[in-house]
Design a protein around this ligand. Sequence first.
Ligand code: BGC
Length: 451
Amino acid sequence: MSTRIKFPANFLWGSATSAFQVEGSPLADGAGPSIWQRFCHTPNMVRDGDNGDVACDHYRRYREDIALMRELGLNAYRFSISWSRVLPSGRGTVNAAGLDFYERLVDTLLQHGIEPMVTLFHWDLPAALDDRGGWLNPDIAGWFADYATVVFRRLDGRVKLWATLNEPWVVTDGGYLHGALAPGHRNRFEAPIAAHQLMRAHGAAVKAYRGEGKHRIGVVVNLEPKYAASEGDADRAATARADAYMNRQFLDPMLLGKYPEELAEIFGEAWPCWPAGDLELIKQPLDFVGINYYTRNVTRFDRDAWPLRAAPVRQKRATYTETGWEVFPQGLTDILIWVKQRYGNPPLYITENGAAFFDPPTAQDDRIDDPLRVDYLRKHVAAMHAAIEAGADLRGYFAWSLLDNFEWSHGYSKRFGIVHVDFETQKRTPKNSARLYSKIIASHGTMLNEP
Ligand code: BGC
């Protein structure tokens, strides 16, 4: 029997974006280039040669965007800080204008009654640090903690929710193993090193925060439940590898202080032996875990799938998004309960959830009907409620994304926004999914009980 949906009054209802995907003006006011700036301006890396030079022009239009959030009734906003706006070379001299921008952003949010959640690293590594080895250089833990400290000192009075990293798995899988994302490496030996240094940097920043900050800090990971395609041994072992690689590679070290066993098998001779002290640094007490949930995988053994020997099975009767991800709301309930059970019921946020679908052109009356996204939102909010009923300590939800934006190597070809952006004119038009989201928020979810 399903229970009536009603979310707690203090639940955070937000939307999420990241600096490089929405801000534009990546080199303005003394900012240094990031690896994404370089990647976009290297031929054939990003679809249609798209880049982040203008994006949603949020760097200049943030007031308008915050007013829109207010109009929609959002009470939280998750955004990221561009490291190379604050420290153009990644270390050393602070660029005051860069830090000032984020201070204005935070102040404007607070004036509108919107709680900021700040992510310190959402993939746009300063290019100058990449020149020194980036996430492969063990010194990066110190560089990251120093950068984080500069930001904490300026904003911790006003920002009460901090996240160190966004999706370290994607950084290593896309950036160092398969190469579709910046810095575009394809190297089995580098991926586990980058993963480890990301986590050392996370640990160092959390440690720094305990000395500097007064509020709450956590991390954001992307999780995808893996379900075995059959009960056969080969499929089940493949599923365990896929699960270890994606879901446990980061959470186990950060929350339990150890790596999952399967990783040594996956990486073989490329699996490094780390000093024991590193895991002590990595495992810092966290105030929350942020989960980005988009889809699930049904997994089978595949000898040729490198390096996991596991591959997803396409589901015949399912709906798939424009990025090829199966729509599977039950997976959100399942993953929240899994985290609760495996990691001792930590406070949780859904820090991203959403879908790219093809949106029809704006109608005359400025309405955009996006029925597939409407359906996605409805079902995922209900799935999240089911997890709360089952005891998950879930405290907020951030829709990905507020705006259609720069979808990394897909350029502007995939639209995830609940608000449509006309990239010629920068006009914003809330889609029907945004209107639905407003109603969900205003009713604490109770409107979802109606058919
Ligand atoms: C990332 C976002 C991205 C979204 C959709 C997440 O992996 O954090 O930056 O746009 O998913 O692909």
